[in-house]
Design a protein around this ligand. Structure first.
Ligand code: PRT
Ligand code: ZN
Length: 283
């Protein structure tokens, strides 16, 4: 049995639960309180505030955790990043009142910066030789300049909408973040195969995300061209059709490239193109 800590509510909860579900792990939602148990995998789920996850994993109370990289960096906890998970993307940035003239990092010398991420900010300022004071505040950091609490802020930015609506502008991107899967410094031998199995499942899920299965009929004479358009895991699968001179071609494409590829394939004679959802890619 292994234990994974995930956010109990908040921005990462839904995607963390979806990742487990897509990996074929069912958790009884009704029993979801503090500690849940998967019915079909040797896994316990510990639901916590995100701030607590790095420490709990570092001290071995949980074997794994799913948390924003920003929290890992701020905690300084001794954990290993096993995977970047591709959701919860955001950045930690410095922002200043939009009417201020900003001409580089020296702007911050002698200024007060409000943040919930003092450790990451301190290390960035020290590295750049900037002498600024840090006002640690929890929540609503973006109102600090207007409220006269600080001159600037250092906070999470995603779309940037919050900064704009508070009369601020982003001037330095300091740390890029996304949800990460973390592990503690020591994992007992009996738990390793379970973690490996879980990683294998997570990798299959992330390989299939954003991809589509595509199949079509194609004149045999166009196969060579089609292979150039559709480089699949090895190469597309080509199967003969009953009609002479035609074949059926199957492949996997990134959703973001789908329409460009479809257009190119139509130009070389592809017909009856079917695009299907891809459930899993098993390496
Ligand atoms: O209760 P708990 O302590 O568990 O949750 P929390 O309130 O501390 O964190 P939560 O749920 O807000 O965020 C969890 C994680 O999601 C963060 O640690 C980040 O890794 C990630 N994440 C991704 C974000 C955002 N995007 C985000 N936009 N966390 C916060 N925000 C905030 C941001 O601070 C800003 O004030 O959302 C606001 C809107 O952002 P804009 O730029 O889109 O306007
Ligand atoms: Zn939090």
């Amino acid at each position: 049995m292994i234990r994974i800590a995930i956010q109990s509510k908040g921005r990462l909860n839904e995607d963390s639960c979806l990742l487990l579900k897509d990996a074929g792990i069912s958790v009884d939602e009704l029993k979801r309180k503090f500690l849940g148990k998967a019915s079909d995998f040797p896994l316990e789920i510990l639901y916590l505030r995100d701030d607590d996850i790095p420490e709990v994993v570092a001290d071995g109370s949980a074997d794994l955790g799913i948390v924003g990289y920003n929290e890992v960096a701020e905690s300084g906890a001794e954990v290993t990043i096993l995977r970047r998970l591709g959701f919860g993307t955001c950045r930690l940035s410095l922002a200043v009142p939009k009417t201020d003239k900003y001409d580089g990092l020296s702007y911050f010398n002698g200024k007060a910066i409000a943040t919930s991420y003092p450790r990451v900010l301190r290390s960035f300022l020290d590295k750049n030789g900037i002498d600024a004071s840090i006002r640690e505040i929890r929540g609503s950091v973006e109102i600090a300049p207007a409220a006269g609490i600080a001159d600037a802020i250092f906070d999470i930015v995603s779309s940037g909408g919050t900064l704009v609506s508070n009369g601020l502008k982003e001037v330095e991107r300091v740390l890029e973040s996304e949800a990460v899967l973390i592990a503690g410094p020591s994992l007992s031998e009996d738990k390793k195969p379970i973690v490996d199995n879980l990683l294998f499942r997570f990798d299959s899920v992330s390989d299939s995300r954003g991809k589509k299965y595509i199949l079509m009929n194609l004149p045999t004479s166009s196969v060579e061209e089609a292979v150039k358009i559709l480089p699949a895991m090895r190469s597309p699968t080509v199967m003969p059709l009953a009609m002479d001179g035609w074949c059926s071609l199957h492949s996997v494409v990134k959703e973001s490239e789908l329409w460009d590829k479809v257009e190119a394939l139509k130009k070389i004679g592809a017909e009856g193109i079917l695009v299907l959802n891809l459930d899993k890619v098993i390496a």
